[in-house]
Design a protein around this ligand. Structure first.
Ligand code: GLY
Length: 320
Protein backbone atom coordinates (compact mmCIF):
# COMPACT_ATOMS: atom_id res chain seq x y z
CA UNK A 1 0.00 0.00 0.00
CA UNK A 2 1.52 3.37 -0.93
CA UNK A 3 1.79 6.30 1.48
CA UNK A 4 -0.95 8.39 -0.16
CA UNK A 5 -3.38 5.48 0.27
CA UNK A 6 -2.44 5.02 3.92
CA UNK A 7 -3.02 8.74 4.61
CA UNK A 8 -6.38 8.58 2.87
CA UNK A 9 -7.42 5.65 5.05
CA UNK A 10 -6.09 7.44 8.13
CA UNK A 11 -8.37 10.37 7.59
CA UNK A 12 -11.48 8.50 6.45
CA UNK A 13 -11.75 5.17 8.21
CA UNK A 14 -14.23 4.85 11.03
CA UNK A 15 -13.37 1.77 13.04
CA UNK A 16 -13.66 0.31 16.54
CA UNK A 17 -12.27 -2.63 18.50
CA UNK A 18 -13.41 -4.06 21.83
CA UNK A 19 -11.72 -7.00 23.54
CA UNK A 20 -11.80 -8.92 26.82
CA UNK A 21 -9.30 -8.62 29.65
CA UNK A 22 -6.24 -6.49 30.03
CA UNK A 23 -4.22 -9.25 28.36
CA UNK A 24 -5.65 -8.03 25.04
CA UNK A 25 -4.40 -4.43 25.35
CA UNK A 26 -1.51 -4.90 22.92
CA UNK A 27 -3.66 -7.04 20.64
CA UNK A 28 -6.29 -4.27 20.51
CA UNK A 29 -3.56 -1.82 19.55
CA UNK A 30 -2.48 -4.15 16.74
CA UNK A 31 -6.09 -4.76 15.61
CA UNK A 32 -6.79 -1.01 15.61
CA UNK A 33 -3.70 -0.48 13.45
CA UNK A 34 -4.90 -3.06 10.94
CA UNK A 35 -8.26 -1.29 10.63
CA UNK A 36 -6.63 2.14 10.46
CA UNK A 37 -4.63 0.93 7.46
CA UNK A 38 -7.73 -0.30 5.68
CA UNK A 39 -7.65 -3.94 6.79
CA UNK A 40 -10.84 -5.96 7.21
CA UNK A 41 -12.51 -6.81 10.49
CA UNK A 42 -11.40 -10.45 10.13
CA UNK A 43 -7.77 -9.41 9.53
CA UNK A 44 -7.89 -7.12 12.55
CA UNK A 45 -9.40 -9.76 14.87
CA UNK A 46 -6.93 -12.39 13.68
CA UNK A 47 -3.97 -10.07 14.33
CA UNK A 48 -5.28 -9.04 17.75
CA UNK A 49 -5.97 -12.60 18.88
CA UNK A 50 -2.63 -13.84 17.50
CA UNK A 51 -0.88 -11.49 19.91
CA UNK A 52 -2.60 -13.19 22.85
CA UNK A 53 -2.35 -16.74 21.45
CA UNK A 54 1.41 -16.33 21.01
CA UNK A 55 2.03 -15.03 24.52
CA UNK A 56 3.07 -17.90 26.85
CA UNK A 57 2.23 -15.80 29.91
CA UNK A 58 -1.52 -16.17 29.35
CA UNK A 59 -2.67 -19.45 30.78
CA UNK A 60 -6.06 -19.44 29.11
CA UNK A 61 -5.37 -18.97 25.40
CA UNK A 62 -3.15 -20.57 22.75
CA UNK A 63 0.52 -21.25 23.54
CA UNK A 64 0.81 -21.60 27.30
CA UNK A 65 -2.89 -22.43 27.74
CA UNK A 66 -3.66 -24.73 30.68
CA UNK A 67 -4.24 -28.39 29.81
CA UNK A 68 -7.18 -30.72 30.24
CA UNK A 69 -7.38 -33.37 32.95
CA UNK A 70 -4.93 -35.61 31.11
CA UNK A 71 -2.34 -32.86 30.66
CA UNK A 72 -3.11 -32.08 27.00
CA UNK A 73 -3.82 -28.58 25.72
CA UNK A 74 -7.07 -28.60 23.75
CA UNK A 75 -7.96 -25.35 22.02
CA UNK A 76 -11.15 -23.79 20.67
CA UNK A 77 -11.44 -20.73 18.40
CA UNK A 78 -14.01 -19.16 16.10
CA UNK A 79 -14.76 -16.08 14.06
CA UNK A 80 -17.96 -14.72 12.51
CA UNK A 81 -18.18 -12.14 9.75
CA UNK A 82 -21.33 -10.09 10.31
CA UNK A 83 -21.47 -8.88 6.72
CA UNK A 84 -21.30 -12.20 4.88
CA UNK A 85 -22.91 -14.19 7.70
CA UNK A 86 -20.10 -16.74 7.33
CA UNK A 87 -18.31 -18.23 10.31
CA UNK A 88 -15.46 -20.65 10.95
CA UNK A 89 -14.42 -22.50 14.06
CA UNK A 90 -12.27 -25.21 15.62
CA UNK A 91 -13.07 -27.36 18.65
CA UNK A 92 -10.73 -29.34 20.86
CA UNK A 93 -7.65 -29.12 18.63
CA UNK A 94 -4.15 -30.05 19.74
CA UNK A 95 -0.87 -28.56 18.55
CA UNK A 96 -2.21 -25.86 16.22
CA UNK A 97 -0.07 -22.79 16.89
CA UNK A 98 -2.77 -20.24 16.02
CA UNK A 99 -6.27 -21.72 16.04
CA UNK A 100 -7.83 -18.38 15.08
CA UNK A 101 -5.91 -18.45 11.76
CA UNK A 102 -7.55 -21.75 10.86
CA UNK A 103 -10.95 -20.41 11.97
CA UNK A 104 -10.50 -17.44 9.62
CA UNK A 105 -9.65 -19.80 6.73
CA UNK A 106 -12.73 -21.91 7.50
CA UNK A 107 -14.91 -18.80 7.61
CA UNK A 108 -14.55 -18.45 3.84
CA UNK A 109 -16.62 -21.63 3.42
CA UNK A 110 -20.41 -21.99 3.65
CA UNK A 111 -20.31 -25.67 4.65
CA UNK A 112 -17.71 -27.71 6.58
CA UNK A 113 -16.69 -24.54 8.42
CA UNK A 114 -16.84 -25.84 12.02
CA UNK A 115 -14.36 -28.67 12.57
CA UNK A 116 -13.37 -30.64 15.65
CA UNK A 117 -10.46 -32.73 16.88
CA UNK A 118 -8.60 -34.95 14.43
CA UNK A 119 -10.53 -33.70 11.38
CA UNK A 120 -9.72 -30.10 12.22
CA UNK A 121 -6.04 -30.95 12.75
CA UNK A 122 -5.95 -32.82 9.42
CA UNK A 123 -7.44 -29.79 7.65
CA UNK A 124 -4.89 -27.48 9.30
CA UNK A 125 -1.99 -29.75 8.28
CA UNK A 126 -3.24 -30.02 4.69
CA UNK A 127 -3.50 -26.23 4.48
CA UNK A 128 0.02 -25.76 5.87
CA UNK A 129 -0.81 -24.13 9.21
CA UNK A 130 1.94 -24.19 11.84
CA UNK A 131 1.93 -26.90 14.51
CA UNK A 132 3.92 -26.87 17.77
CA UNK A 133 3.84 -28.21 21.32
CA UNK A 134 1.41 -25.83 23.02
CA UNK A 135 2.15 -27.05 26.57
CA UNK A 136 4.72 -24.77 28.18
CA UNK A 137 6.79 -25.78 31.21
CA UNK A 138 4.84 -23.25 33.29
CA UNK A 139 1.46 -24.71 32.31
CA UNK A 140 2.74 -28.27 32.81
CA UNK A 141 3.98 -27.38 36.30
CA UNK A 142 0.61 -25.91 37.20
CA UNK A 143 -1.09 -29.08 35.94
CA UNK A 144 1.30 -31.31 37.91
CA UNK A 145 0.77 -29.31 41.09
CA UNK A 146 -3.01 -29.42 40.85
CA UNK A 147 -4.51 -32.21 42.89
CA UNK A 148 -7.18 -33.66 40.68
CA UNK A 149 -9.89 -34.60 43.12
CA UNK A 150 -13.47 -34.72 41.98
CA UNK A 151 -14.71 -32.26 44.56
CA UNK A 152 -11.98 -29.79 43.62
CA UNK A 153 -12.80 -30.14 39.95
CA UNK A 154 -16.40 -29.27 40.62
CA UNK A 155 -15.36 -26.10 42.39
CA UNK A 156 -13.10 -24.93 39.54
CA UNK A 157 -14.77 -21.94 37.91
CA UNK A 158 -13.63 -20.47 34.63
CA UNK A 159 -12.23 -17.40 36.30
CA UNK A 160 -10.00 -19.58 38.47
CA UNK A 161 -8.73 -21.43 35.49
CA UNK A 162 -9.29 -19.55 32.25
CA UNK A 163 -10.47 -16.42 30.55
CA UNK A 164 -11.32 -16.48 26.86
CA UNK A 165 -9.89 -13.75 24.68
CA UNK A 166 -12.78 -12.22 22.73
CA UNK A 167 -12.57 -9.50 20.09
CA UNK A 168 -15.26 -7.60 18.21
CA UNK A 169 -14.31 -5.17 15.44
CA UNK A 170 -16.09 -2.66 13.23
CA UNK A 171 -14.73 -1.23 9.96
CA UNK A 172 -17.19 1.35 8.63
CA UNK A 173 -20.47 -0.63 8.50
CA UNK A 174 -18.93 -4.06 8.74
CA UNK A 175 -18.82 -5.99 12.03
CA UNK A 176 -17.19 -9.24 13.16
CA UNK A 177 -16.47 -11.16 16.36
CA UNK A 178 -13.75 -13.71 17.17
CA UNK A 179 -12.61 -15.77 20.16
CA UNK A 180 -9.81 -18.11 21.22
CA UNK A 181 -9.41 -20.19 24.39
CA UNK A 182 -7.92 -23.27 25.98
CA UNK A 183 -11.17 -23.70 27.91
CA UNK A 184 -11.54 -24.69 31.52
CA UNK A 185 -8.39 -25.90 33.28
CA UNK A 186 -8.60 -29.67 33.92
CA UNK A 187 -11.60 -30.03 31.64
CA UNK A 188 -12.71 -33.50 30.64
CA UNK A 189 -10.90 -34.41 27.40
CA UNK A 190 -13.21 -33.58 24.51
CA UNK A 191 -15.19 -30.99 26.44
CA UNK A 192 -16.18 -27.96 24.36
CA UNK A 193 -17.45 -24.71 25.83
CA UNK A 194 -19.28 -21.78 24.30
CA UNK A 195 -16.36 -20.21 22.44
CA UNK A 196 -16.53 -21.97 19.06
CA UNK A 197 -20.32 -22.15 19.07
CA UNK A 198 -21.97 -19.40 17.04
CA UNK A 199 -24.67 -17.69 19.11
CA UNK A 200 -23.04 -18.80 22.37
CA UNK A 201 -19.47 -17.51 22.55
CA UNK A 202 -19.79 -15.08 19.65
CA UNK A 203 -22.23 -13.65 17.14
CA UNK A 204 -22.11 -10.91 14.56
CA UNK A 205 -24.60 -9.28 12.20
CA UNK A 206 -23.46 -6.06 10.54
CA UNK A 207 -27.06 -4.78 10.53
CA UNK A 208 -27.24 -4.95 14.33
CA UNK A 209 -23.97 -5.58 16.16
CA UNK A 210 -21.27 -8.02 17.23
CA UNK A 211 -20.91 -9.66 20.63
CA UNK A 212 -18.80 -12.20 22.49
CA UNK A 213 -18.73 -13.82 25.91
CA UNK A 214 -16.31 -15.13 28.52
CA UNK A 215 -17.07 -17.34 31.51
CA UNK A 216 -18.03 -20.98 31.98
CA UNK A 217 -19.12 -21.98 28.49
CA UNK A 218 -21.94 -24.21 29.67
CA UNK A 219 -23.55 -21.26 31.50
CA UNK A 220 -23.20 -19.02 28.45
CA UNK A 221 -24.61 -21.63 26.06
CA UNK A 222 -27.73 -22.05 28.22
CA UNK A 223 -28.70 -18.50 27.24
CA UNK A 224 -27.20 -18.33 23.70
CA UNK A 225 -25.90 -15.08 25.12
CA UNK A 226 -23.98 -13.61 22.17
CA UNK A 227 -26.96 -14.08 19.88
CA UNK A 228 -29.24 -12.64 22.53
CA UNK A 229 -27.10 -9.49 22.80
CA UNK A 230 -27.19 -8.97 19.03
CA UNK A 231 -30.95 -9.57 19.03
CA UNK A 232 -31.30 -6.89 21.71
CA UNK A 233 -29.26 -4.46 19.59
CA UNK A 234 -31.42 -5.29 16.59
CA UNK A 235 -34.39 -4.28 18.73
CA UNK A 236 -32.88 -0.81 19.24
CA UNK A 237 -30.74 -1.18 22.36
CA UNK A 238 -27.20 0.20 22.50
CA UNK A 239 -24.35 -2.27 22.94
CA UNK A 240 -24.16 -1.61 26.66
CA UNK A 241 -27.91 -1.85 27.20
CA UNK A 242 -27.98 -5.07 25.17
CA UNK A 243 -25.19 -6.68 27.23
CA UNK A 244 -26.79 -5.63 30.51
CA UNK A 245 -30.28 -6.77 29.48
CA UNK A 246 -29.07 -10.14 28.15
CA UNK A 247 -27.04 -10.83 31.27
CA UNK A 248 -29.71 -9.67 33.71
CA UNK A 249 -32.46 -11.74 32.06
CA UNK A 250 -30.23 -14.80 31.85
CA UNK A 251 -29.16 -14.67 35.49
CA UNK A 252 -32.76 -14.17 36.57
CA UNK A 253 -33.85 -17.19 34.52
CA UNK A 254 -31.03 -19.40 35.86
CA UNK A 255 -31.94 -18.31 39.36
CA UNK A 256 -35.58 -19.32 38.79
CA UNK A 257 -34.31 -22.73 37.70
CA UNK A 258 -32.08 -22.92 40.79
CA UNK A 259 -29.09 -23.39 38.51
CA UNK A 260 -25.76 -22.22 39.89
CA UNK A 261 -23.98 -19.93 37.41
CA UNK A 262 -20.30 -18.90 37.42
CA UNK A 263 -19.15 -15.40 36.55
CA UNK A 264 -20.06 -14.23 33.03
CA UNK A 265 -18.70 -11.19 31.17
CA UNK A 266 -19.95 -9.86 27.85
CA UNK A 267 -18.71 -7.33 25.28
CA UNK A 268 -20.38 -5.83 22.22
CA UNK A 269 -20.14 -3.28 19.43
CA UNK A 270 -23.33 -1.88 17.95
CA UNK A 271 -23.99 -1.09 14.31
CA UNK A 272 -25.12 2.28 15.73
CA UNK A 273 -21.50 3.01 16.77
CA UNK A 274 -22.03 2.15 20.45
CA UNK A 275 -19.84 -0.14 22.53
CA UNK A 276 -20.50 -1.82 25.84
CA UNK A 277 -19.91 -4.58 28.34
CA UNK A 278 -21.65 -6.25 31.25
CA UNK A 279 -20.45 -8.64 33.91
CA UNK A 280 -21.54 -10.51 36.98
CA UNK A 281 -18.07 -9.99 38.46
CA UNK A 282 -17.24 -7.10 40.79
CA UNK A 283 -14.75 -5.95 38.18
CA UNK A 284 -14.11 -7.05 34.61
CA UNK A 285 -11.39 -5.37 32.54
CA UNK A 286 -11.89 -4.85 28.82
CA UNK A 287 -10.22 -2.79 26.11
CA UNK A 288 -11.82 -0.30 23.77
CA UNK A 289 -10.32 1.72 20.92
CA UNK A 290 -11.74 3.46 17.87
CA UNK A 291 -10.70 5.84 15.10
CA UNK A 292 -10.67 8.75 17.59
CA UNK A 293 -9.37 7.02 20.73
CA UNK A 294 -6.26 4.94 21.52
CA UNK A 295 -6.74 1.57 23.25
CA UNK A 296 -7.61 2.01 26.91
CA UNK A 297 -8.55 -0.30 29.73
CA UNK A 298 -12.17 -0.01 30.85
CA UNK A 299 -13.70 -1.62 33.89
CA UNK A 300 -17.21 -3.00 34.04
CA UNK A 301 -18.71 -3.99 37.38
CA UNK A 302 -21.84 -5.88 38.33
CA UNK A 303 -22.87 -2.99 40.56
CA UNK A 304 -20.94 -0.08 39.07
CA UNK A 305 -21.63 -0.09 35.31
CA UNK A 306 -18.61 0.70 33.15
CA UNK A 307 -15.91 3.36 33.22
CA UNK A 308 -12.36 3.95 32.05
CA UNK A 309 -9.81 2.43 34.44
CA UNK A 310 -8.04 5.07 36.50
CA UNK A 311 -4.31 5.07 35.70
CA UNK A 312 -3.30 4.38 39.32
CA UNK A 313 -5.52 1.29 39.45
CA UNK A 314 -4.19 -0.33 36.28
CA UNK A 315 -1.67 -2.52 38.06
CA UNK A 316 -4.57 -4.15 39.94
CA UNK A 317 -5.49 -5.82 36.68
CA UNK A 318 -2.01 -7.10 35.88
CA UNK A 319 -3.16 -10.75 35.88
CA UNK A 320 -6.17 -10.24 33.62
N1 GLY B 1 -15.70 -19.72 27.75
C1 GLY B 1 -14.80 -20.69 27.34
C2 GLY B 1 -15.09 -22.05 27.82
O1 GLY B 1 -15.93 -22.25 28.66
O2 GLY B 1 -14.44 -22.96 27.37
Amino acid sequence: MNRARVLLYDSLMSYAVISTWKMSLNGALIAGGVLKNGGTTLEAIKAGINDVENNPDYLSVGYGGLPNREGEVELDAAIMDGSSGLFGGLMGVKGIANPIDVAVALSKKRLNCLLCGAGAEKYARLKGFEFKNMLTEKAKKQWEEQEVKDNELLSLASYNGHDTVCFAARQENSLAAGVSTSGIFLKTPGRVGDSPIVGGGLFSDSDAGAAAATGDGEDILRGCLSHEIVRQMEGGRTAREACETALFNHLKKMDRKNLKVGPISLIALGADGSFGAATSLDEFAFIYTDSDNPPEVWIAGAKTGMEKAAAERLNQYARD
